[in-house]
Design a protein around this ligand. Structure first.
Ligand SMILES: Cc1cc2nc3c(=O)[nH]c(=O)nc-3n(C[C@H](O)[C@H](O)[C@H](O)COP(=O)(O)OP(=O)(O)OC[C@H]3O[C@@H](n4cnc5c(N)ncnc54)[C@H](O)[C@@H]3O)c2cc1C
Length: 435
């Protein structure tokens, strides 16, 4: 039998998605010895790769371009309307949002475009526009408020992942609100039967010398007069160092951007890889495997490693990451913390114990208690027990494991992960664990 390797750290982060990685990087920057345990990629790797922070809750449906608010103002509005949302629970600490976003932009600088004062409005394959406070460099040129001329949606001949005509028709609706004219074209990337390629296979096929350039030349040949930028499917390379977006744009002769991705998401995989590169560069020890343990100060097992740390950040995600599971009732499986669900003005453990089917509503636009179920925390991000008291000394939580937000669909998922990861990581780095 292999004897366990004993590892001591100041901070143990459980979870390797956006929240866990940002928590680990923030704690490391504050001088802590940090170990991060992660089982697998979670929701971060499935995301569009663009960072939603706070869609303006006062914007009318279909009018996102008018809601060009800076993220903190939009988050404050959202917090006033949704008292369970982590932005509301944080109280005054919500004011750290710009600092947390700047931190994420800095540690992920090779991947992310420099932020603007307003969100960028990025196009989905369905022709809708989504606000993003931060986005990948490969997505930035598609900002609907910044395109100088017409926007050309370039479908790849034979590729079934994008109906360029549908996307362009959808984007045309934003013209009256400050968006560009949109056209659809079809181009042949010269890669053979692309209809059979999955997104990551297409992305890899564009990386070798000549492939990105051929796509760029095909786009150039198809451009209508007055084109200001081209949108392509989100397949511009898996490895940023292959510089596929830059090479396609150089050959096309105009700015080229990826549309936002649906699952499976090449930009989501790129985001996850960039987080892992940042952790390695910062000297965070990453251990691979499912963590089992009883909480801060007690030994926890991850594979053959026995890790002891006085402060933990639980960043285990929601249903995708495995931070909340349904075994009869909704449960937090690592420490057995109570999961709460909210319905109208009622919130609590009792709701989370109801059958899952009774926690969803028929109207998709209405509140869905199941989708916002998670841990309840105080303003210091300390998980609360069933009586509303901090569950354990030195324990913090961040990201999608927190309840009160519909992380996959309300446009705040990665923003909450960045802000709460940043605050939890910094708090955990301090020996007292608090302010
Ligand atoms: C399909 C989809 C698309 C989305 N698109 C967007 C988008 O475009 N923009 C946006 O802003 N948000 C989006 N979201 C929401 C956003 O992706 C999530 O809110 C965010 O990624 C959550 O990050 P996280 O770090 O909290 O969790 P995750 O990324 O899920 O990470 C959880 C981590 O915890 C680990 N873990 C769990 N249990 C254990 C254990 N016992 N031991 C060790 N490790 C463990 C997992 O392996 C994983 O590494 C989307 C979500 C989904 C599901």
């Amino acid at each position: 039998m292999v004897s366990p390797r004993a590892v001591a750290a100041d901070v143990l982060v459980v979870g390797g998605g956006m929240a866990g990685a940002i928590a680990a990087l923030a704690a490391r920057e504050a001088g802590a010895r940090v170990v991060l345990a992660r089982r697998a990629p979670g929701a971060t790797a499935l995301s569009s790769g663009a960072i939603g922070v706070a869609p303006d809750p006062l914007a009318l449906p279909g009018e996102p371009l008018r809601a060009a608010r800076e993220p903190l103002e939009a988050a404050r509005r959202l917090a006033r309307l949704r008292p369970d949302h982590p932005y509301a629970v944080l109280g005054e600490r919500l004011g750290a949002l710009p600092e947390a976003l700047a931190f994420a932009a800095r540690v992920l600088a090779p991947l992310l475009a420099p932020p603007l004062e307003r969100p960028r409005f990025l196009a989905t394959p369905f022709g809708t526009a989504v606000p993003a406070a931060l986005c990948q460099r490969s997505q930035a040129a598609g900002d609907l408020l910044a395109v100088d001329g017409a926007l050309v949606v370039a479908g790849l001949r034979g590729h079934l992942g994008l109906d360029a005509a549908l996307a362009a028709a959808g984007l045309e609706r934003y013209r009256a609100r400050g968006g560009p004219r949109a056209f659809a074209v079809e181009v042949d990337p010269g890669l053979g039967e692309v209809g059979l390629f999955r997104p990551h296979e297409l992305a890899r096929a564009l990386e070798p010398p000549g492939a990105a350039e051929a796509l760029g030349r095909a786009i150039r040949a198809a451009l209508p007069a007055g084109a200001g930028a081209a949108l392509v499917p989100p397949v511009l390379g898996l490895r940023p160092e292959a510089r596929v977006p830059e090479r396609v744009a150089a050959a096309a002769g105009i700015p080229v951007a990826e549309l936002l991705a649906d699952v499976p998401s090449v930009p989501g995989v790129r985001l996850q890889a960039a987080l892992e590169a940042a952790l390695a560069a910062a000297g965070v020890e990453v251990v691979q495997g499912a963590l089992q343990g009883a909480g801060p100060g007690k030994p926890a097992m991850v594979g053959a490693d026995e890790i002891t740390a006085p402060r933990w950040v639980l960043a285990t995600g929601r249903f995708v990451g495995g931070g909340v599971v349904r075994r009869g009732t909704l449960r937090e499986p690592v420490l057995g913390l109570p999961v709460q669900a909210a319905e109208g003005r009622e919130a609590g453990v009792d709701l989370a114990a109801r059958p899952a089917a009774s926690l969803t509503g028929a109207a998709r636009s209405g509140p869905q208690p199941l989708l916002s179920a998670g841990l309840r925390v105080d303003a210091l991000l300390r998980p609360l027990d069933g009586r509303g008291r901090p569950a354990a000394d030195g324990l913090f939580a961040a990201g999608a494991v927190l309840g009160g937000h519909e992380q996959a669909s309300d446009g705040t998922g990665l923003g909450v992960a960045i802000l709460t990861g940043y605050l939890a990581g910094r708090a955990a780095a301090r020996p007292g664990g608090g302010e």
